[in-house]
Design a protein around this ligand. Sequence first.
Ligand code: UDP
Length: 333
Amino acid sequence: MIVVTGGAGYIGSHCVLALHNSGYKVKIFDNLSTGHAETIDRLSKCADVEFVKGDLNNPEDLDRLFSGEKVSAVIHFAAFSQVGESMTEPAKYYRNNVCGTLNLLDKMLQYGVGRIVFSSTAATYGEPEYTPIDEKHPQRPINTYGRTKLMIENIMDDYDHAYGLKSVRLRYFNVAGADSDGRVGEWHDPETHLVPNILKSTFTGGKTFQMFGTDYETRDGTCVRDYINVEDLARAHILALKYLENGGKTEYFNLGTGEGSTVREVFSACEKITGKSIAVDEKPRRAGDPSVLIADASKVRNTLGWIPQKDLEQSVSSAYSWEKTLQSMLQKK
Ligand code: UDP
């Protein structure tokens, strides 16, 4: 039995499907603060999943989670993840992300669960000193969100040294796309990410797409990011889990494609896939956006054999199909 915290969220829900496809039994733990009950319903229709509604900061909820069938590993997504909000409400982020994870790790020790795959982020690196960014790049986060994830990585190292808890930390670059079969997809409120924001603007009642910053020193003046497909990303979690199951030591890997796309290139891909001409409102730079973020993902390729299979257009295409489903779900609400 594998526990997925945050399984009602964007990346967690795709990971639940990947676990199910790989033959694992899954228990989802989520407080539904940013995840959706509808996502749990949709997952339950196609996968054998148990759902425990609960909060990482409530030890009794964690006891309910771990009692019963023996849990062999945890994949931990549950966290707040909005960079801007993390700067204005740091207490919320430290309490939920850091304290919540401490509670989770302590309960894992109590119940004899010795393996965890953790959803970390390229935001732990901060302003890039060089690109592509490899795992040796200094970790100096420039926002509270990144700091919470780095603190957790450090805690996991200490828990390995002292208690033997093994972890794999996956540092994601920019994630995009949705389930190829349209069962789940990205659903944030408010939505801050590039691909869904461009796609949302094509629907009646959607806001005009705002392009933040056109004066960067990049090939077309807009920021470059490394967009990794969410199904490829989910597959990496399965590989990380199997690595730990085979006795692997604590590790950390970047997850990206090694290729960068500018905001304008993503925009063009969205126009191509949707067949629509999309209105753009060119705005000043958004605070805290580094100009270029590209992963050197050779470590995960060499260690776990993970190779991304889907390109940006495939991600945009599945994200667009999902966005249509989501818009009709929201209309019925
Ligand atoms: N971006 C944009 N308009 C939006 C959302 C994002 O121009 O509505 C830009 C953002 O400034 C950045 C890139 O798209 O340069 C990727 O932003 P996103 O929030 O998707 O990911 P981040 O790199 O911040 O994790």
